[in-house]
Every structure is written in structure tokens, then in C-alpha cells.
Write a protein that binds this ligand. Structure first.
Ligand code: GMT
Length: 378
């Protein structure tokens, strides 16, 4: 297919949508396309810039009359400039708010009819799109896009329900680059030592941005139920608004010696390999990229039956699904999974899920086919 010049708009900081945008960009670059990332900072996973992977920073102007610096407008302005300067063939926007709207505006500013693909990632619809103050804006962003994709059928359905756009939405699942993950059954003695975890003690892990939707309190409650039956350790990896409150909660439950808040870590691969089971108990989740990362390291996952999660976690196969606020049941499954025969079976199924249903090259093919479709007449 023709090699394309693609403008990619995404959030540069830690977060699944930025990770997917960057990993997809890298894969597209390796297929010969030139990817132009347009963002406020260089996306954190975009560690190397090349001829095929370029970065265009958005400069945010402040001025005394502004109550808030207008990032969305500056982004649209940059998009307009990059469309012209780099002769872009298409824009791929990740996370509708405000990126889809800025893309539509930037395209108008450039007097261009360049196609826009918008990928919905989750809270752009389920939280922001659900607000009366933003719903029309999200709908506008979707309707002004040439094609809209969602990262799960669950998110697609929720978008139709909440936003009712006059547009069809296609599901393209998330992926991870399976080749960068590994399985190490020796369970990383260095990590266990760092956190004072005895060699044979089971380790549960949760990784997130510690926002309310991640329901860390539910994870802690479930872990407290596990502790009533078995000595174990909980690694809470990441940082965010809920962290302080959760540290206090763990103290209140008097389980501090069994719980480690690691903060943000780069070595999540090693942390996963030092662990046995992931707990992911969000009350909203369009996909749950971190679940795929756990699978790629052979970890089964106990997760909530919410949003797109049941499309990733197959109950009784690669993990277990639970409803909100049933910590006893989470504990029951989490302990059951440690039983060696069951563990091996679930672990193998988890690996297979990451490598087949969410196979990276297969998903990149689907995006590339969309790129080809929307640029056919360009
Ligand atoms: O969680 C968010 O609010 C933002 C977003 C992000 O940038 O991490 O997360 C969403 O996109 C991820 C990548 O597609 C999905 O794996 C997450 O499930 C989704 N988060 C939610 O729906 C809560």
C-alpha cells in the first residue's frame, strides 16, 4: 500500500490511550509510514525520534486576559500547520476530548478535507461524554470524524447509548507488543527482596493511575479477605489522586506490612513476573490494557464484569469475573487460582489470549486497512 503521512494526536503522559497511540505509531513506522505526533510533550513511550517518527510540540500561549490558557485552540492551530507543512494524508486522533474537535477545527483552518480517524478509549465517552456540559462536543467530534473506532464492543455500545451519534462505530481492540513481555517463573528474587516478600509467599498485583474509577478500596478490601485465609503480599503499582487516601485505609485495616505502594515504576514487566495474580476491580473500564500486560506475562486476572473487560477476561479460563463490591468472592477466586494445576491452565490461557485474540500484528493490520480505506481517494 501507499506510504502515508499520518498526524497522530494523543495524550503524551502515562495512560493507556497514549500508550496505544505510540505503540501503533511505532508499528506503522516500521511498515514504512511516517507518523507525526502532535502533542503538548513528547509521548513518554516515544523514546526515539526518526525520519519515520516525528514529534511536533504544541506551544501553549498564556496571556493576562485568558482565565485559562487555550490548549485546544493551540492544538488545532498546530494540527493545521502540520497538515500543510508535512502534506499529511490523514489524522488519527486518540481520545475524543478535545482531540477530535481540535482535529476538525485544524482541518478547517488548513482548508483541507483530510480524513480523520477518531479512536474512542473510554472515559472520553463514559465520563466526559456522559456530562451534559460536554456531550454535544463529544458527539460533534465523532460526527466530524471520517471513521470512529472504539477499543471494545462494550465501549461502542455505551457510546451509542450515551451520545447517540449519527455515525457508525467500528471496534478495533487494543494490543500490546507481545515481544517485549516475558515469562519468568523464577519470580524475580530481586523484586521480592526489595519489598521484603518471602520467596514462597503469593503476590497479588494491581497497576493503575489510582483514580476513583480504579476502585483501589475494593482491591484492598478483597486483599484483606485473602489475608484472613493466607499470608500474601499486595503490590499496588502506580500513582494518582486516590493514593494518599488508600495508604490511610491500609493503615486503618492494619495490613500495612502486607501491602506495598510502589509508586510509578518503569519495570512493570519485572513486577508482573514477581507476582502471581492481578486484581483489576474498576467500576468503569473500556478495555483495561494492563490486563493484557498481565496476560503476556502469564498472570491470570480477577476483574470486574464491567465495560469491555468481559471481552478480555474470559470467566473461568484466563481469570475470573466478579461484580462490584463482592470482596469475599474476589478472595475466593484469588486463592483458588493459586492451586498449581488450575494456575498452569489459566496462565497458559492468559498467554494464548494475549498472543492470539489480541495479536499485535493482526490489530495493526486492521488499523492499516482503515488508513488505506479512508485515503483511497486522496
Ligand atoms: O482511563 C482513562 O480515563 C483514560 C484512558 C487512558 O488514556 O489511559 O484509559 C482508557 O483507555 C485505555 C486504552 O484504550 C483503556 O485500556 C482503558 O480501559 C480506558 N479507561 C477507562 O475506560 C477507565
Amino acid at each position: 500500500m501507499k506510504r502515508l503521512n499520518v498526524g497522530v494526536i494523543c495524550y503524551p503522559t502515562v495512560g493507556g490511550s497514549g500508550v496505544v497511540a505510540t505503540e501503533l505509531g511505532k508499528k506503522m513506522a516500521s511498515r514504512g509510514h511516517t507518523m507525526h505526533f502532535i502533542a503538548s510533550e513528547q509521548p513518554f513511550r516515544l523514546t526515539e525520534l526518526t525520519e519515520q517518527l516525528q514529534f511536533h510540540p504544541v506551544k501553549i500561549e498564556d496571556y493576562a486576559v485568558f482565565q485559562y490558557p487555550p490548549y485546544d485552540i493551540a492544538l488545532a492551530n498546530k494540527i493545521s500547520q502540520v497538515i500543510v507543512q508535512e502534506k499529511l494524508d490523514l489524522l488519527h486522533v486518540h481520545y475524543a476530548m478535545p482531540h477530535a474537535i481540535a482535529a476538525a477545527l485544524g482541518r478547517d483552518m488548513a482548508k483541507s478535507d483530510i480524513p480523520i480517524i477518531t479512536t474512542l478509549h473510554g472515559t472520553d465517552v463514559t465520563i466526559l461524554g456522559a456530562k451534559e456540559s460536554l456531550k454535544d462536543t463529544v458527539r460533534y467530534g465523532i460526527e466530524r470524524s471520517t471513521i470512529t473506532t472504539a477499543v471494545s464492543d462494550g465501549l461502542k455500545e455505551e457510546t451509542y447509548e450515551l451520545i447517540q451519534p449519527d455515525a457508525s462505530i467500528e471496534t478495533i481492540y487494543n494490543f500490546i507488543d507481545e515481544s517485549i513481555y516475558y515469562v519468568n517463573r523464577k519470580r524475580r528474587p530481586n523484586i521480592r527482596k526489595e519489598f521484603n516478600i518471602p520467596p514462597e509467599q503469593p503476590v497479588y498485583i494491581h497497576i493503575s493511575n489510582f483514580r476513583e474509577v480504579k476502585r483501589i478500596d475494593y482491591i484492598v478490601d478483597s486483599f484483606a479477605c485473602i489475608l484472613k485465609q493466607k499470608n500474601a503480599h499486595l503490590l499496588l503499582v502506580g500513582d494518582g489522586p486516590e493514593r494518599k487516601a488508600m495508604e490511610h485505609y491500609v493503615e486503618k485495616l492494619q495490613i500495612t506490612s502486607s501491602v506495598t505502594f510502589t509508586g510509578k515504576r518503569q519495570d512493570t514487566n519485572d513486577l508482573l513476573n514477581a507476582s502471581d495474580v492481578m486484581l483489576h476491580l474498576s467500576n468503569k473500564e473500556a478495555f483495561g490494557l494492563v490486563i493484557l500486560e498481565a496476560f503476556a506475562c502469564g498472570l491470570p486476572v480477577v476483574a470486574t464484569n464491567i465495560g469491555g473487560i468481559p471481552e478480555v477476561v474470559m470467566d473461568g479460563k484466563n481469570g475470573y469475573l466478579v461484580e462490584l463490591d463482592e470482596p469475599e468472592r474476589v478472595a475466593q477466586y484469588a486463592l483458588q487460582l493459586l492451586e498449581p494445576t488450575q494456575y498452569e491452565q489459566f496462565s497458559q490461557e492468559a498467554l494464548d489470549t494475549a498472543r492470539t485474540k489480541f495479536n499485535c500484528e493482526h490489530i495493526v493490520d486492521q488499523y492499516e486497512a482503515l488508513y488505506e480505506k479512508v485515503t483511497k481517494h486522496v
